[in-house]
Design a protein around this ligand. Structure first.
Ligand SMILES: Nc1ncnc2c1ncn2[C@@H]1O[C@H](COP(=O)(O)OP(=O)(O)OP(=O)(O)O)[C@@H](O)[C@H]1O
Ligand SMILES: [Mg+2]
Length: 258
């Protein structure tokens, strides 16, 4: 049975999509069968995995609103054992349409049930909000991976996120755990990055992952070629760091933690 990880932070631009794409690629390269689910109407995760904008005939929208099975929608990527459920702009309308559906928080969970057996990991990329789509990801997930950008206001908004997680556990998904807090866009030359790391460690101790993702231009370039950085430039620092992250996550899974 797959481990389902939601990559979530309602703050925009912190590295959720970059992390989803490249952690998924890292796990796939370690021979794991991986499914990525793009729940963001911006569809950056889909285009970063090679989907040409405007070319999507069926997306997660059709599954959520019209009950089209995920098996019909998922597509291949450049990596054999990495599959994608694409998003498209229609998803922004889904936020309103879903409010009328029964058990609307559980739609993604139910959609995943028939396919999870075919995968070792499912990674869910979330939009920058605490909308019903984000909630669906958290309800479907076993754990949540929280990317945090190393910047001055890094910790702002974390209280809201942890409140949301507590609410999700109470109302919908009691077993939802924290996979880890991941520092992204880390710049070892600045005191600020080091300071953010110290602050997070003092607040969240062992929830902060060992692996830190450096600021690396290759990570920012790769999506415009529709490729994970691990294919675009395997020798870059960005690629190296996401391979390390994949190893770290795999080691926790083998120990049965996480
Ligand atoms: N480690 C990194 N080094 C350099 N650039 C990065 C890094 N991580 C992400 N970026 C760039 O920063 C921007 C935001 O990253 P990303 O899209 O992954 O964040 P996000 O949290 O998914 O954003 P949104 O909230 O809009 O969905 C992108 O242009 C991305 O290419
Ligand atoms: Mg994103």
């Amino acid at each position: 049975m797959a481990k389902i990880i939601a990559v979530t932070n309602q703050k925009g631009g912190v590295g959720k999509t970059t992390t989803t794409i490249n952690l998924a690629a890292g796990l796939a390269m370690a021979d794991m069968r991986v499914l990525v689910v793009d729940t963001d109407a911006q569809a950056n995760c889909s285009s970063g995995l090679g989907v040409v904008k405007g070319s999507v005939e069926l997306s997660l929208y059709d599954s959520l609103i019209r009950s089209v099975p995920l098996a019909t929608i998922l597509r291949d990527t450049e990596l054999d054992n990495l599959k994608l459920v694409p998003a498209d702009r229609n998803l922004s309308g889904a936020v309103v349409e879903m409010l009328e559906l029964p058990e609307r928080e559980f739609l993604l969970k139910r959609l995943l049930e028939p396919v999870v057996g075919n995968f070792d990991f499912v990674l869910i990329d979330s939009p920058p909000s605490l909308s019903i789509l984000t909630l669906n990801g958290l309800v479907a997930a076993d754990s949540v991976l929280i990317p945090i950008q190393c910047e001055y206001f890094a910790l702002e908004g974390l209280t809201d996120l942890f409140d949301t997680l507590a609410r999700v556990r109470r109302a919908f998904n009691p077993l939802l755990s924290i996979q880890g807090i991941l520092l992204t866009m880390f710049d070892e030359r600045t005191n600020l990055s080091a300071q953010v790391r110290e602050d997070l460690k003092s607040h969240f101790a062992d929830k902060v992952l060992e692996t830190v993702i450096p600021r690396n231009v290759r990570l920012a370039e790769a999506p415009s070629f529709g490729k994970p950085v691990l294919i675009y430039d395997i020798r870059s620092k960005g690629a190296e760091s996401y391979l390390r992250l994949a190893k770290e996550i795999l080691s926790y899974e083998k120990e049965g933690i996480g």
